[in-house]
Design a protein around this ligand. Sequence first.
Ligand SMILES: *[C@@H]1O[C@H](CO)[C@@H](O)[C@H](O)[C@H]1NC(C)=O
Ligand SMILES: *[C@@H]1O[C@H](CO)[C@@H](O)[C@H](O)[C@H]1NC(C)=O
Ligand SMILES: *[C@@H]1O[C@H](CO)[C@@H](O)[C@H](O)[C@H]1NC(C)=O
Ligand SMILES: *[C@@H]1O[C@H](CO)[C@@H](O)[C@H](O)[C@H]1NC(C)=O
Ligand SMILES: *[C@@H]1O[C@H](CO)[C@@H](O)[C@H](O)[C@H]1NC(C)=O
Ligand SMILES: *[C@@H]1O[C@H](CO)[C@@H](O)[C@H](O)[C@H]1NC(C)=O
Ligand SMILES: *[C@@H]1O[C@H](CO)[C@@H](O)[C@H](O)[C@H]1NC(C)=O
Ligand SMILES: *[C@@H]1O[C@H](CO)[C@@H](O)[C@H](O)[C@H]1NC(C)=O
Ligand SMILES: *[C@@H]1O[C@H](CO)[C@@H](O)[C@H](O)[C@H]1NC(C)=O
Ligand SMILES: *[C@@H]1O[C@H](CO)[C@@H](O)[C@H](O)[C@H]1NC(C)=O
Length: 850
Amino acid sequence: MERRCMFISSFVLILHLVQAQDPTGFINVDCGLPLRESPYNSLPTGLAYISDADLVKSGKTSRIAKEFEPDYTKPILKLRYFPDGVRNCYHLNVTRDTKYLIKATFVYGNYDGLNVDPNFDLYLGPNIWTTVCLVKTGISIPFINVLELRPLKKDMYVTQSGSLKYEFRRYLSNSDRNIRYPDDVYDRKWYPMFVANSWTQVTTNLNVNSSNLYELPKGVMSTGVTPLNPNATLNITWTIEPSTTKFYSYMHFAELQTLRANDTREFNITMNGKITYGPYSPKPLKTQTIFDITPEQCDGGACLLQLLKTSKSTLPPLLNAIEAFTVIDFPQMETNEDEVAGIKNVQDIYGLNKISWQGDPCVPKQFLWDGLNCNNSDISTPPIITSLDLSTSGLTGIITQAIQNLTHLEKLDLSNNNLTGEIPKFLADIKSLLVIDLSGNNLTGSVPPSLLQKKGMKLNVEGNPHLLCTAGSCVNKRKDGHKKKSIIVPVVASIASVAVIIGAFVMFLVLRKKKASKFEGPQPSYIQASDGRSSEPAIMTENKRFSYSEVIAMTNNFQRILGKGGFGIVYYGFVNGTKQVAVKILSHSSSQGYKQFKAEVELLLRVHHKNLVNLVGYCDEGENMALIYEYMSNGDLKEHMSGTRNRFILNWGTRLKIVSESAQGLEYLHNGCKPPMVHRDVKTTNILLSEHFEAKLADFGLSRSFPIEGETHVSTVVAGTPGYLDPEYYRTNWLTEKSDVYSFGIVLLEIITNQPVIDQSREKPHIAEWVGLMLTKGDIISIMDPTLNGDYDSGSVWKVVELAMSCLNPSSARRPTMSQVVIGLNECLAAENSRGVSLTFGTEVSPRAR
Ligand SMILES: *[C@@H]1O[C@H](CO)[C@@H](O)[C@H](O)[C@H]1NC(C)=O
Ligand SMILES: *[C@@H]1O[C@H](CO)[C@@H](O)[C@H](O)[C@H]1NC(C)=O
Ligand SMILES: *[C@@H]1O[C@H](CO)[C@@H](O)[C@H](O)[C@H]1NC(C)=O
Ligand SMILES: *[C@@H]1O[C@H](CO)[C@@H](O)[C@H](O)[C@H]1NC(C)=O
Ligand SMILES: *[C@@H]1O[C@H](CO)[C@@H](O)[C@H](O)[C@H]1NC(C)=O
Ligand SMILES: *[C@@H]1O[C@H](CO)[C@@H](O)[C@H](O)[C@H]1NC(C)=O
Ligand SMILES: *[C@@H]1O[C@H](CO)[C@@H](O)[C@H](O)[C@H]1NC(C)=O
Ligand SMILES: *[C@@H]1O[C@H](CO)[C@@H](O)[C@H](O)[C@H]1NC(C)=O
Ligand SMILES: *[C@@H]1O[C@H](CO)[C@@H](O)[C@H](O)[C@H]1NC(C)=O
Ligand SMILES: *[C@@H]1O[C@H](CO)[C@@H](O)[C@H](O)[C@H]1NC(C)=O
């Protein structure tokens, strides 16, 4: 009694794969079989069963309890169970485009001594490699005894969609013998069925020609039944759950009796009273199969199949065998098979042993492989792998070629491993791949130029001490052997980035002298490529170098003064007679000598961002030094704010756009360059406006105090403009990006208030203190520029006030980064632009002073 209390479930699925080439392509797996006992031939089929050790990466082996052994034979006796992980999968080497019959056998047999019926799910995934996954659904542990695959012919068991799940398979006979391989060449297992009180058996000793598509065994086709009462219908009933399940039935017929001339056997086939086929007469000793072309359903799940003798028939209906399958749809498409092959390759090459790396990498979503991200938003196309994170996975060896086949990767993280060798060029060929983190490895060679030149690429190669520096990619190692991070800095164009790095590197040394620990901490990991104009091809520096006589010519002998900027007077001019330029003639006192000037200019020539004023050339002829910039026809922000340029008032939206763009330029200096570059002189007169009122920052990168390494010279010149200067810089003499953030905060207050930065006649002369005071008084309206006439989205104004005050926090650490400022301003801009659309504000709209 107790012995029978066990879980026995054996079911068969026919997967929608196709075309059997090799009739002997059976896969017979005895799960839990030790390798040393593999393979063996099993009786009665004589088929060779192999161990599953090479097909599954997880699980433990066991065998059914002793008391159940007499009821079973190999290969059922042993089993594999999966205490770890939610999804455990077998990977089977199947033939591509082949339809398979897959049989999985589960006999609990109290193998764990707990005597509790287990419950778990089975997933099948057809691919180049078919997977059979056992999925834990509750507390019970999944297990499996036998896994068998038989290739079928492609035209057999055709479905409109999905795959077929075995419901039943019977041959009609009062025998007690099950028929399977070798009688059935596909190893379908046929059970006998007979209803003694209403059926009578018909058999033949003659040979039945069973060579139709379904290749039924002779033992199945040489026997059949007819109703006992020759006038009765032949009824077969079954139930299906759930009741809406669709199914296909397959009936196999052969006339087994020798009919006399005046005999006729003819009948109609009906399902639930509806005629599905007929009238039909079985062919003498020849197999025919009648099946559903479209799946059927039964009301309430109760199915009644009837064979109804027609009036013409002298003989009762006859049936030899019947099979029924329900439909399983796989609505979720499998991951693109090339990518599956690619990621499995990666897994094999690095010997990755991650428990979740089983089955389909992307679907079902809840079993997404650890470290992967996929795009399966479009249900009609196979999911694709978009991101691969193998950081800190103990990877060794080179960066494998296999990654090349993950052609939709957007993000690749191989950081903190022990990878060696060179950075492969193919990374640049993966079009969508724009974020690569290779930091913390032991890579050698140099960064491929194609990678450096890729637009929008963010590449991190920090912490690879042996990575060589190449022109255009990073700073050369310092000769003194001083320990330095090997930093490669991509990108926009390699050329542009070199420049940035050199400049920033110089500053890096300065800062190190002042406070050694400053740059030891984590640095921004990624290099942001310019989102500005497309990078120009590498332009020879020589082409940008002008002689002094050319400078005289282009300015028409310094005819028109545009203004006076840092370092000197700016003149209007033309290059090539057409291109308008602004030529800044440097006064002697402002430069530190030839070497440094040249280095800085070379740097600046290569910085390109749509919100940074572009340096187009320079002149360094002896004492005559000049910088030639793109011409900004609409002057600077200050002129527009003060109304000195024209009487046209910049509206709030335009002001927001201008500061938002300036913030982006500054953000690029801070984060797009590595190590970061500090502007040092952010102010409204350095925000220039192009013909189309596009804002660009000017006057950055030229330092007055960047001593070259080894020089004892330390500048005592305090950079910057009074009022805009970070008070913390005064105290510490230590310049950081946050000093620019402070200055930018002042610019923000200027566009809000249109007040002078310093006004001795004010209650508080400095604009930041004055605004702070007004805010604590709750007097918000009085700080607003009256010329705006209240024409602004108040929400966006308050937000900018709040942002400005946070930029002006006395503690630089508590100021936002420029990236945060950019985000905040973009939000304000969006709010302003959506004005007219109804906007609701909370009751607490007034910013708090800090
Ligand atoms: C997969 O099967 C094919 C032929 O059936 C065989 O050539 C190939 O070596 C097998 N691959 C593996 C990994 O077992
Ligand atoms: C069985 O039938 C097929 C055609 O239906 C025929 O080609 C074949 O020769 C027959 N076999 C025998 C043994 O009669
Ligand atoms: C079957 O039907 C025929 C005519 O309808 C009748 O003559 C015959 O007796 C019936 N046979 C049985 C066994 O009921
Ligand atoms: C077959 O089914 C029909 C309809 O349900 C019923 O009338 C008939 O008696 C059944 N015949 C047998 C032999 O069970
Ligand atoms: C059919 O023919 C046989 C002789 O060949 C005869 O005995 C039998 O009565 C006939 N049956 C009918 C229904 O006519
Ligand atoms: C069998 O089906 C045909 C049409 O397919 C129909 O004319 C005939 O009446 C049916 N006979 C029975 C007994 O259902
Ligand atoms: C996913 O791919 C589809 C195209 O198949 C694309 O439209 C969509 O933007 C992608 N989604 C993401 C998050 O990349
Ligand atoms: C990439 O895929 C192609 C075909 O899809 C295959 O031939 C090639 O071997 C794969 N390369 C790697 C490195 O896996
Ligand atoms: C790299 O390998 C060394 C020794 O081979 C080991 O000590 C170190 O932890 C490894 N680093 C990583 C990140 O795996
Ligand atoms: C890194 O590689 C170099 C050779 O390229 C080797 O000398 C060094 O030991 C490696 N470092 C580590 C930590 O494996």
